[in-house]
Design a protein around this ligand. Structure first.
Ligand SMILES: [Zn+2]
Length: 644
């Protein structure tokens, strides 16, 4: 049997424009600055005015499900892959909306970055040849359309994988393509070197799958999403277009680059005067082997070929059979705009919420129902899917200004992964604020968002909902957390933890992820027909923005951070006890330093409770300390001159 895979046509194109829309809503500092001489007293009283505890009512009255629905419909009408003409159109749509809502400032920032596109005229394909090399079967990789009249989306591919054709007379299955999976193959005497390998999605980032395969000498990699998690057998009848599960030709597109930002300009913005790595070095930066994604029907055909030569352990089995001159502080909310296909969930569910909030907050501001003390910035990123490119380049360009003036960044990428319960990942100093806000928003008439969350996802002590500090680097908050060093939140609605259809799928993903089936109809008819989940999310995020921009003292609790550090320390110590003892490594200094921080954090919080809030210089001083707290944990030069 001769197996070959041919025609991985990928075009690399330089010089594509990534644009970032930025809307800027200026707090009263700038607007009222000219009036200072009129009455200094008035001005001062504004400075020390706290937020309006009743302001949430205004938000609840204004946020409108139908309006969110119309934004989502408009954004998902055309596919908007990063750097394409259609992505520019969606950027214009967002900027035009900001203008219409009356935001004080809006701007598009452009960067020339390296993006990767499939050949739209020719399908990537998989060929199976027989031993005499006479063509037996060709599978052109594509996703059929189930919604008549819908706009066509890009063909399935993996961005930044090497272009070209590879063939091999053997194909191996390596489970999730993790280090331990390859070790099992090697231990059992299988040699994957110079061979083709097929793996399923899940557990680790797809880019790492390619990297690990490459390190084991694999020649080419095929990825697919096993129905084990994307379309479990009990979900028959709920496969798209009827339900939310992945059809057998459905494919998860994605980038397989393992760094973030434009690969040609690490550490620096990719503008015309920045240093650019020469093209000839490009091969060293990107994956060295071709990789392609296929639907599980094609994977099934391939598995028939390898039944004899791959060991399938039980656990391996699937189910196959800006402008910064204003000088004040800013609170930022952002989401990427680009999507591999129509992107109704990733990322447009977040974009629709962001547009609604820009509209509502501007309206409330005009009606004097909201008076932000700090500016609110709305950010719409380009080319996130390729490797957080828009946000990384922008932060690289404005890093110092952002470190000097920014307060926090709320990321609102895919906001609907389910419609049952709220879920958040956040810097610990924001936990109290998030709990407070979710306690003040009703999910149903007899249950707050907090109540439902606690019921669905309690922490170990069952005292509070589970909230995780592990924001990771899966979306645009990465640069703000790891480079600017400000607290961040990532939040969405999740599924019922007891939902039997999703036993094998992590709550952070969903079956149609990055496929052609992330359509407006998926949301409008299947996931959130009344847009009630969207409405609740918009109110929560709106209230977070309102409190962060308006509260006299920043709503940060530093003792949450020290408590988290204590926990991390305890688990580190117990997990590595033997290892550390073997090397005669003691942790006394670390332990001391954490308890010193805990003590200082508690004392600071006590002092803060009793400061005279009518003394603005005191308020400002404490706010600055709160603002810089998280940043003190950054190492500006990074480990081994690595970005993180
Ligand atoms: Zn996303």
């Amino acid at each position: 049997m001769n197996f070959s895979s041919k025609n991985f046509f990928l075009l690399l194109s330089l010089g594509v424009i990534v644009s970032i829309g930025l809307g800027f809503l200026i707090g009263f500092f700038s607007k009222d600055a000219k009036k200072i001489d009129q009455t200094v007293v008035d001005y001062y009283s504004k400075l020390i005015r706290d937020y309006d505890p009743k302001g949430l009512e205004h938000l609840i009255n204004e946020v409108n499900a139908e309006s969110i629905r119309s934004y989502l419909k408009n954004i998902t009408f055309l596919p908007h892959q990063g750097g394409t003409e259609m992505d520019k159109k969606s950027a214009d749509y967002i900027i035009d909306s900001f203008k219409e809502f009356g935001l004080d400032h809006h701007e598009i920032f452009e960067y020339d970055v390296l993006l990767d596109y499939p050949d739209e005229k020719k399908f990537n394909n998989i060929q199976i040849n027989d031993s005499s090399s006479i063509l037996e079967k060709t599978y052109e990789i594509d996703e059929p359309t189930y919604d008549p009249g819908i706009n066509p989306v890009s063909k399935p591919f993996l961005a930044y994988a090497k272009s070209g054709s590879v063939s091999s007379d053997e194909l191996y299955y390596a489970n999730f393509c993790m280090e331990e999976d390859f070790k099992i193959l090697v231990n059992q005497g299988y040699n994957v070197e110079d061979k083709l390998v097929i793996c399923r999605y899940g557990k680790i980032f797809r880019g790492n799958k390619v990297l690990i395969a490459q390190n084991y000498g694999v020649k080419g990699l095929i990825l697919y999403d096993d129905p084990f998690r994307a379309a479990p057998s009990i979900a028959t009848g709920l496969i798209y277009p009827t339900g939310e599960f992945l059809p057998n030709q459905g494919t998860q597109r994605g980038s397989v680059m393992v760094t973030d930002g434009d690969p040609l300009t690490p550490f620096y913005p990719s503008n015309e005067y920045g240093y650019r790595i020469p093209d000839r070095k490009l091969d060293d930066l990107l994956p060295k082997i071709p990789a392609q994604v296929v639907g599980y029907s094609v994977a099934y055909e391939l598995f028939k070929l390898i039944e004899k030569n791959a060991p399938v352990e039980n656990e391996w089995k699937g189910e196959l059979n800006m402008t910064y001159s204003y000088g004040d502080r800013y609170v930022m909310i952002g989401n990427h705009r680009d999507s591999w296909t129509l992107g109704s969930l990733d990322p447009s569910s977040g974009t629709a919420v962001m547009l609604e909030l820009a509209r509502v907050l501007m309206k409330l501001k005009k009606e004097n129902k909201w008076s932000p003390k700090r500016s609110v910035m709305f950010l719409s990123w380009g080319a996130e899917e390729y490797g957080l490119i828009g946000s990384v380049e922008w932060v690289e360009e404005y890093l110092k200004k952002l470190q000097a003036n920014s307060i926090t960044y709320l990321n609102i990428d895919t906001m609907i992964k389910g419609n049952y319960s709220y879920r958040a990942y956040a810097s610990p100093i924001l936990y109290d604020l998030i709990f407070d806000v979710t306690k003040s928003v009703q999910q149903t008439s007899d249950e707050t968002v907090f109540d439902r969350w606690l019921k669905n996802d309690p922490n170990l002590e069952k005292s509070e909902p589970e909230i995780s500090p592990y924001l990771g680097s899966g979306s645009d908050h990465m640069s703000f957390l790891q480079k600017v060093g400000i607290p961040c939140v990532e939040q969405y609605f999740a599924r019922d933890k007891k939902n039997q259809y999703f036993t094998n799928m992590d709550s952070s993903s969903y079956p149609t992820y990055h496929s052609a089936y992330e359509t407006f109809r998926l949301v409008d008819e299947i996931l959130d027909p009344k847009f009630e989940t969207f409405r609740i999310l918009a109110i929560i995020v709106g209230e977070l923005l309102r409190r962060l921009s308006e509260q006299l003292i920043l709503p940060f609790n530093v003792t949450r951070f020290s408590t988290q550090l204590q926990k991390e320390y305890e688990s580190f110590r117990s997990d590595h006890k033997v290892f550390l003892a073997g090397l005669d490594i003691h942790l006394d200094l670390l332990e001391n330093s954490i308890s010193n921080l805990t003590y200082a954090a508690q004392k600071f919080t006590k002092r803060l409770e009793s400061i005279d809030r009518s003394k603005y210089h005191l308020v400002r001083m404490y706010n600055d300390q709160l603002r810089n707290f998280e940043r003190s944990f950054l190492d500006s030069s990074g480990r081994d001159r690595n970005a993180y």
